[in-house]
Design a protein around this ligand. Structure first.
Ligand code: HEM
Length: 363
C-alpha cells in the first residue's frame, strides 16, 4: 500500500469508527432512572476483585526491572509536579451550590495538587494528563479516609474511554495479556478507540489544560442531584508555552510559569438535568454543556514555589488520592466510581509499601 492509499485507508477507518462508535455508547442501564439515581449490578464485587488482581499484575510486570523500588501508579504514572495550593470558595454562591466544601462562601482551604501523564514518561508524546486535588480542613462527615479531606480526581478529557466496569476490566486484562488490540477490535468497543484517539494529545503546559471528573458526584443532601466537576485556567491567565525539547519539558514549563506569579484555576460544577441524556451509569457519555453549562464555584491558586527537589519528588510519589476520600455531601456516583473505592485503597497500599518480597510472593 503506498502512502497515499494508506492515508485514505486510515481516514476511512477513522470515519467508520466514528460513526459506529456512537452506538457503542448507547446505554440501557440508564433507562427508567430519575435524576441522581444509580443502578448497581450484582457482579460489581467480582469485577472489583478481578480488576485489583489484574492491576497488580500489570504494575509488577512494568516494574520488573526494580522490584525493591517504589511501584509507579497504574494510571497517571509520571508525576509532572506536586504543588501546595489554596482552594477558595467563591462569594455570592446560590443556596443550590452551597454544599460540602462550597458551603461557606469566601472560605479558603489549604490544598495539594498533583499533575501527571497517564502512561508516557516522555512528555513530548501524546497522552491523557491528570490533575489530582486534595483539599484539607473541610467541615462535614467524611465517607472514607482522613477526616476533613476532600479529593477531586480529574482527567484532561471530558469522558472516560470505558463506559462501565466490565469494559474497563476487559481493557486491563487485555493490557495484562499484551493483546490490547483484542479489546479495541470488538465493534462494541469502537467507542473506546474513538475516545482514546481523540483524548490523547501533545501539550505544551499542564497548567493550560481543562480537566474533567468524567464521573458524577452527589451535591448536598438532595438525592436527586448529580454533578460533574471541571477545572480550567482562569480567564486572564496567559500560559507559558513550553518547548518540546526534552522528556521532562512539561515540568520545566510549569516551573517557568510559576517563577514570578501565581497560577489560577476555576473549579466548576455541571448539574445533571436529564437522567438519560446525561447518564450517571455511563462514564463514556459527555454531559452536553449546551444542556447544562459548568458553573464556577471556587478558585484554586498555586503560588510561586520550589517543587522539583528530590525530596519533593519523593513526597509526590507517596501521595495517595481516592474519589471516596470525600465528604458525604460529594458522594461518588455510578458504577465506575463505586468500583474505585476498593481499587484505589488497595492499589495505593500495594504501590507505596516497601518491596522486599520475591516476585512469586507478590502474585
Ligand atoms: C474503574 C475505573 C478506574 C480504575 C480501575 C482506575 C484505576 C486507577 C489506579 C489503580 C490508579 C493509581 C492509584 C494509586 O496508585 O494510588 C489511578 C489513578 C488515577 N486515576 Fe483512575 N481509575 C479508574 C477511573 C478513573 C476515572 C473515571 C478518572 C477520572 C478523572 C481517573 C483519574 C485518575 C487520576 C487523576 C489518577 C492519579 C491519582 C494520583 O495523582 O495519585 N480514574 N486510577
Amino acid at each position: 500500500m503506498d502512502i497515499h492509499t494508506d492515508r485514505i485507508f486510515r481516514n476511512t477507518l477513522f470515519v467508520i469508527l466514528l460513526s459506529a462508535a456512537s452506538t457503542g455508547c448507547s446505554d440501557p442501564r440508564s433507562e427508567g432512572l430519575s435524576l441522581g439515581e444509580e443502578r448497581s449490578t450484582s457482579n460489581e464485587a467480582k469485577i472489583t476483585e478481578q480488576m485489583i488482581a489484574a492491576i497488580k499484575e500489570v504494575s509488577l510486570a512494568r516494574n520488573d526491572a526494580d522490584l525493591r523500588g517504589p511501584i509507579k501508579r497504574f494510571n497517571q504514572s509520571k508525576s509532572l509536579g506536586c504543588f501546595d495550593a489554596k482552594f477558595s470558595v467563591n462569594k455570592d454562591l446560590s443556596s443550590k451550590l452551597r454544599h460540602g466544601v462550597f458551603e461557606e462562601p469566601s472560605s479558603t482551604y489549604p490544598a495539594r495538587i498533583r499533575f501527571a501523564n497517564a502512561t508516557k514518561f516522555d512528555d513530548r508524546e501524546k497522552d491523557f494528563r491528570g490533575m489530582s486535588i486534595s483539599v484539607f480542613d473541610v467541615q462535614g462527615d467524611t465517607l472514607w479516609g482522613n477526616a476533613g479531606q476532600q479529593d477531586f480526581l480529574l482527567n484532561s478529557h471530558p469522558v472516560l474511554f470505558a463506559k462501565d466496569g466490565s469494559d474497563f476490566l476487559e481493557f486491563i486484562q487485555a493490557s495484562r495479556d499484551k493483546k490490547l488490540w483484542q479489546y479495541f477490535i470488538r465493534p462494541s468497543h469502537f467507542y473506546s478507540l474513538r475516545i482514546a484517539m481523540q483524548g490523547r494529545e501533545k501539550i505544551s503546559n499542564p497548567f493550560a489544560l481543562q480537566y474533567w471528573s468524567t464521573t458524577p458526584f452527589r451535591h448536598g443532601p438532595d438525592q436527586s442531584t448529580a454533578v460533574k466537576y471541571s477545572v480550567k485556567a482562569c480567564a486572564n491567565t496567559k500560559a507559558y508555552s513550553g518547548k518540546a525539547d526534552s522528556t521532562d519539558f512539561l515540568t520545566y514549563a510549569m516551573a517557568k510559569q510559576l517563577s514570578d506569579k501565581p497560577v489560577c484555576f476555576d473549579f466548576m460544577l455541571q448539574f445533571q438535568t436529564d437522567p438519560q441524556g446525561m447518564p450517571v451509569e455511563n462514564a463514556a457519555k459527555r454531559w452536553k454543556e449546551d444542556q447544562s453549562p459548568f458553573v464556577p464555584v471556587a478558585k484554586i491558586s498555586i503560588d510561586p514555589q520550589q517543587f522539583n527537589t528530590p525530596e519533593q519528588k519523593a513526597r509526590c510519589e507517596e501521595m495517595r488520592f481516592n474519589p471516596w476520600q470525600s465528604l458525604a455531601a460529594h458522594k461518588p456516583l455510578g458504577e465506575i466510581n463505586r468500583l474505585r473505592k476498593a481499587i484505589y485503597s488497595e492499589i495505593g497500599t500495594f504501590r507505596v509499601r516497601p518491596r522486599t518480597e520475591t516476585p512469586s510472593d507478590q502474585q
